[in-house]
Design a protein around this ligand. Structure first.
Ligand SMILES: O=C(CSCCNC(=O)c1cc(-c2ccc(F)cc2)cc(O)c1O)c1ccc(O)c(O)c1
Ligand SMILES: [Mg+2]
Length: 214
């Protein structure tokens, strides 16, 4: 049977990237998506903004909602200090299976815990399951209609602390209007928009960085 796009993306990584070299994995995926097949990775342009926020926050604990093929997982994990932990949630088992192999090719398995399942089910269980009290950084890149309910759930479960940073992809395209309205108008968040483009295209998109004020 025909391969899937994530399988072909993994093939491009295994063919063109060097094992244990996260930057070569990132470059191989961006080259594949720009020249062969578009895929919904955060991409190189928004990826540079992601890198800057990760470096600024220098997080000990990171939660990623929406792994897909692991592109942003690799981008984030490569910048983390030795003892830092990144937990990434993916609902789709086929995406998760590819992401595990991409993360392994980059040599970042030690820093990353990939969990399969729905964010709404796992967020309430973060503390007991993974021994994480709070997250210093959360990268939202999953279903766009789950950004707001999951943010409210994270507040309720107490996994955000004063100063926790939420970074949301796709706030313009495909768009997360209810989430944007919430973080931009709530007194409990300090929000900032980073204008960019939808990965590998000229279409406008951007990242919204929101600091939880407690
Ligand atoms: O899609 C999911 C949920 S995770 C992916 C969320 N991310 C996006 O949807 C996403 C989408 C776009 C985008 C797509 C088409 C456009 F024309 C323009 C933009 C860009 C992004 O950067 C994204 O992150 C899922 C599908 C099937 C399952 O079977 C399952 O289980 C899950
Ligand atoms: Mg995205």
């Amino acid at each position: 049977t025909r391969s899937t796009r994530p399988q072909r993306l993994l093939g491009a990584v295994q063919k063109n990237a060097t094992r244990g070299d996260p930057c070569s994995v990132i470059q191989a995926i961006d080259h594949f998506c720009r020249n062969k097949e578009w895929a919904m990775n955060v991409g190189d342009e928004k990826g540079c903004i992601l890198d800057a926020v990760v470096s600024e926050v220098n997080p000990a604990t990171v939660l990623e909602l929406g792994t897909y093929c692991g592109y942003s997982t690799v981008r984030i994990a490569r910048l983390l200090p030795p003892d830092a932990k990144l937990i990434t949630l993916e609902f789709n088992p086929d995406f998760a299976a590819i992401a595990r192999q991409v993360i392994a090719w980059a040599g970042l398995e030690e820093k990353v815990q990939l969990v399969e399942g729905a964010s709404g089910d796992w967020i309430p269980r973060m503390k007991e399951q993974f021994g994480v009290k709070t997250f210093d950084l959360v990268f939202l890149d999953h279903w766009k209609d789950r950004y707001l309910p999951d943010t409210k759930l994270m507040e309720e479960c107490g996994i955000l602390r004063k100063g926790s940073v939420l970074l949301a992809d796709n706030v313009i395209c495909p768009g997360t209007p209810d989430y944007l309205e919430f973080v931009r108008n709530s007194p409990r968040y300090e929000s900032q928009y980073f204008k960019s483009h939808l990965e590998y295209t000229k279409v406008e998109d951007g990242l919204e960085k929101s600091v939880f004020l407690g």
